[in-house]
Design a protein around this ligand. Structure first.
Ligand SMILES: *Cc1c(COP(=O)(O)O)cnc(C)c1O
Length: 343
C-alpha cells in the first residue's frame, strides 16, 4: 500500500444534490476546471452526469472537449478561456458554449465558417480579469448583433464573474451586470441565460442566482476560508489524502508524502493527522516524506489520513493556518498520487 488521494463518489453525489437544492430554481453548472479541482475530470464528470448535472463549466477548449467525450451530445459545456480563431473553431466543433470576454474574439468569430457559435458575452463588472469593459459594451453588442444577423452566432447568455469577497462590491457588480443585460435587450438581442455567481454568492444570495450558478468549490466540499463551515453549508469534503507509514524511528513515524506531493512545508508543526493511534502532530514536512509524532504500536504500512475526508482537518482548515484558500491546498495534490475512487 502506498499513498493515495481517496475520492468518495457518494459524498460527491450528496454534494451535488445539496448544490442543486441550494441554487434552485437556477441550474447548477458544475465547474470542472483544474482536473475537477484535482479530483479527476473523467470520473467526476461521468458521476455528475449520472446524477443529473447537465451544465459543465470547463474553462478551456481542451477540457471542454474532454468533457464532451465523456458526456455525449446532450450536455451543455461552457468554456471561457479562448485564445483566438483556432480555439473558437475547435470550440464550435466540439459544440461548446463560448464565454466571450474580449472584443477581438468577436472579430475572430467573423472569420470562421458560418456555423452558429453559442456565445455568452461577458461584461467586466470590476474584477478586470477579462470581460468587456462597460464603456465598450454597446460596441460589442452591435458587433454581436451583426454576427447573429449573419447566422454566425447565437447570443445564448450574458455573464460575469464577481469577487464574492464583499457584499457591497458584489452589489455594485450586479448593478453593472443588470444594466448590461438591459442594454443587450434594448439592442434587440435575447440572451436566454444570465449567470454571475459561483459557490459563495450562489448559496448565500438569492438575487445572484439568475439562470445558472457556476459552482466548483462547494460541489467538492471545499468551503470558503474564513466563511461558514461545511456543516452550515450542508456540504462535505469528498477527498482525503491517505498516506502510509514507511518507517518508524526515534524521530517519529515517517509518511510517504511530502512537499512534492503537494503538502506545503509551511504547515510543519501546525496540524494533526488521523493515525491508528489517534491524532498526532505533523512535525516536519520534507520533499518526499513527512515526520509525525509516533504512537505506541506504530508500524510500517499503517494508514494515516493527512487531511480531508476521514481526517481531522479539511483542505480549507489547513489553508487558514497559512493564510490561503482551500483550493490552494486541494489543487496542489500532485497528479502523481493515484486517485482512488470509493463508491
Ligand atoms: C472557478 C470559477 C468558478 C467556480 O468558482 P467556485 O468558487 O469554485 O465555485 C465560477 N466561474 C468562473 C468564471 C470560474 O473561473
Amino acid at each position: 500500500m502506498s499513498a493515495v488521494y481517496r475520492v468518495d463518489l457518494e459524498a460527491f453525489a450528496r454534494n451535488l444534490v445539496r448544490v442543486r437544492e441550494a441554487v434552485a430554481p437556477a441550474t447548477h453548472m458544475l465547474v470542472v476546471k483544474d482536473d475537477a479541482y484535482a479530483h479527476g475530470l473523467e470520473v467526476l464528470v461521468r458521476r455528475a452526469w449520472d446524477e443529473g448535472v447537465r451544465w459543465f463549466g470547463a474553462f478551456d477548449v481542451v477540457t471542454g472537449s474532454a468533457v464532451r467525450a465523456v458526456v455525449g451530445p446532450e450536455a451543455r459545456i461552457f468554456v471561457w478561456l479562448l485564445g483566438g480563431a483556432d480555439d473558437l473553431a475547435a470550440g464550435v466543433a466540439a459544440d461548446l458554449d463560448l464565454g466571450i470576454g474580449d472584443e477581438a474574439l468577436l472579430d475572430d468569430l467573423a472569420t470562421l465558417p458560418p456555423a452558429p457559435a453559442r456565445v455568452h458575452l461577458k461584461i467586466d463588472t470590476g474584477l478586470h480579469r477579462n470581460g468587456i469593459r462597460p464603456e465598450r459594451w454597446n460596441a460589442a453588442l452591435a458587433r454581436t448583433a451583426g454576427l447573429v444577423a449573419e447566422g454566425r452566432a447565437v447570443l445564448e447568455g450574458i455573464w460575469s464573474h464577481i469577487s464574492e469577497a464583499s457584499d457591497a462590491d458584489d452589489d455594485d457588480a450586479r448593478a453593472l451586470f443588470l444594466a448590461a443585460r438591459d442594454a443587450a435587450r434594448a439592442a434587440g438581442l435575447t440572451p436566454r441565460y444570465s449567470h454571475l455567481a459561483a459557490s459563495a454568492a450562489g448559496f448565500a444570495r438569492g438575487e445572484f442566482r439568475e439562470d445558472l450558478v457556476r459552482v466548483g468549490a462547494f460541489s467538492y466540499g471545499i468551503r470558503p476560508a474564513g466563511g461558514p463551515g461545511e456543516a452550515d453549508l450542508g456540504i462535505e469534503p469528498i477527498a482525503g489524502l491517505v498516506a502510509c507509514v514507511v518507517a518508524v524511528d526515534a524521530a517519529g513515524a515517517h509518511l510517504d508524502v511530502g512537499g512534492l506531493h503537494g503538502l506545503p512545508s509551511a504547515l510543519s508543526g501546525r496540524f494533526d493527522v488521523a493515525t491508528p493511534g489517534g491524532p498526532r502532530r505533523v512535525e516536519a514536512i520534507g520533499a518526499t516524506s513527512t515526520a509525525i509524532a509516533p504512537w505506541d504500536d506504530a508500524r510500517v504500512g499503517d494508514e494515516v489520513v493527512v487531511f480531508g475526508r476521514g481526517g481531522l482537518h479539511s483542505a480549507t482548515d489547513l489553508a487558514e493556518r497559512i493564510d490561503t484558500i482551500g483550493e490552494e491546498i486541494a489543487l496542489r495534490v500532485s497528479p502523481s498520487l493515484p486517485r482512488e475512487y470509493v463508491h
